[in-house]
Design a protein around this ligand. Structure first.
Ligand code: PGU
Length: 445
């Protein structure tokens, strides 16, 4: 970059002042922008405000700064072993070895929609191998950047091609949902979901709110293991929700970030989605392999759009490409290759289901142990929701002040809404957490 002081063409420059910005000099002939010698106050970004940390990922940043040897991170939803370590699944290591040893593999660009095998296998995984929608070519699937990227691509497509701009998301929901859909250009509204009194589903409120949504509105549904509440509808309640959604021509958009993590069974956890696909109506599904294959940082996921005809599905796909191409051109190859290697090999697939079940079971064991530990301490309150809730999280009911207290006094890190990641616990750390919860609820109201 040229510096204005070193140039002899100062007379040919136009000086501008924009708001609080420092003066800049612009070459009249348009050959470039020349910055003045800098001090922090002169920066063209001097008026940029510091943004707060992310409410979920920021918890890890705070945790990393804490020197305490007893610190515990229950913020981010990431699986840990009994030893408190991140886990790379055995099948993932095996698939990676196969990939490395296969000299025919190259690092060329993938197509805009990603790896074809991966897309087909992902649709099968969520919809079922014998799904009539797949057999009839009614589904278009594109590989995206994990669950978040899949949601965003779906949202951008809807904002461009769908007549209704309003999306209803549950209250509460994963903190990023509102931001993803708003930035894509949709209007976000909420529907009642959780009842803090019963610590269960507010089915009445949910049906009322969706019942008064405008025809065609989009509805975000968590396929299973609702984040943050751990409260899922029963199959009968799903059926009620489905009937209402279809009768009002609402458009379901499933977020499936925890398939296999709720019950330990991939098919069981896909039942809600399959119920909606079986009725022949349209439906969006964002899948993530972050949790169920432990591929967090590989950013591997898929967006499937189930349409009414094969022709519509292929036209939708052609437009998805126009969404993706200017955003990130095409997705990364490695994670999707791992997933497709596992999904298409009978033995690896079988081994994956066992490893997945073991993770789900360990989480369930942690629920039981935490519940027992609180009972043993005679901690005031009914803690049965710890064993009733499903998936990676417990929505404890602890308030922000109690959470702050637990972080300050016990070095336990969690999101301020009182959500704890059960996957971050081990038999060794449960007594510490139970002591902290006991102290929090008996000290702070
Ligand atoms: N949808 C839901 C419901 C989620 O809980 C998450 C991750 C995602 C989508 C996105 O996951 P991807 O990694 O993009 O596949 N939620 C976790 C992870 C941390 C975060 O907020 O991204 C959580 O702790 O809530």
């Amino acid at each position: 970059m040229k510096s204005s002081s070193s140039s002899s063409r100062g007379d040919r420059r136009l000086s501008i002042l924009s708001g609080h910005l420092a003066p800049r000099t612009i070459d009249k002939e348009g050959s470039g922008i020349f910055c003045s010698p800098t001090s922090a106050a002169d920066s063209v970004f001097a008026n940029v405000l510091r943004a707060p940390e992310d409410p979920i990922l920021g918890v890890t940043i705070a945790y990393n700064k804490d020197p305490s040897p007893v610190k515990l991170n229950l913020g981010v939803g990431a699986y840990r072993t009994e030893e408190g370590k991140p886990l790379v699944l055995n099948v993932v290591r095996q698939a990676e070895k196969l990939l490395v040893n296969d000299r025919s593999r190259v690092k060329e660009y993938l197509p805009i929609v990603g790896l074809a095998d991966f897309n087909k296998l992902s649709a099968k995984l969520i919809l079922g191998a014998d799904s009539p929608a797949i057999l009839g070519n009614l589904v278009t699937t594109v590989q995206c950047l994990s669950g978040t990227g899949s949601l965003r691509v779906g949202a951008e497509f809807l904002a461009r091609h769908y007549y209704q701009r309003t999306i209803y998301i549950p209250n509460p929901t994963w903190g990023n949902h509102g931001k993803i859909f708003t930035l894509a250009g949709l209007t976000v509204k909420t529907y009642r979901y959780y009842d803090p009194v019963t610590r269960g589903l507010n089915i009445q409120g949910l049906l009322e709110d969706l019942g008064s949504a405008p025809s065609g509105a989009i509805v975000l549904l968590h396929a299973c293991a609702h984040n943050p509440t751990g409260v899922d509808p029963t199959l009968e309640q799903w059926e009620q929700i489905r009937r209402l959604i279809r009768s009002k021509s609402l458009l379901p958009f499933f977020d499936s970030a925890y398939q296999g993590f709720a019950s330990g069974s991939l098919d069981e956890d896909a039942r809600s989605v399959r119920m909606f696909v079986a009725d022949g109506g349209e439906c969006f599904i964002a899948q993530s392999y972050a949790k169920n294959m432990g591929l967090y940082g590989e950013r591997v996921g898929a967006l499937s759009i189930v349409c009414r005809t094969a022709d519509v599905a292929s036209r939708v796909e052609s437009q998805l490409k126009l969404v993706i191409r200017p955003m990130y051109s095409n997705p990364p190859i490695h994670g999707a290759s791992i997933v497709s290697t596992i999904l298409k090999d009978r033995n690896l697939y079988q081994e994956w289901t066992l490893e997945l079940k073991a993770m789900a079971d360990r989480i369930i064991t942690m629920r039981k142990q935490l519940f027992d530990a609180l009972r043993a301490r005679e901690t005031p309150g009914d803690w049965s929701h710890i064993i009733k809730q499903i998936g990676m999280f417990t929505f404890t009911g602890l308030n922000t002040k109690q959470v702050t207290f637990m972080t300050r006094e016990y070095h336990i890190y969690m999101t301020s809404d009182g959500r704890i990641s059960m996957a971050g616990l081990s038999s060794r750390t449960i007594p510490h957490l139970a002591d902290a919860i006991h102290a929090a609820v008996t000290t702070i109201v």
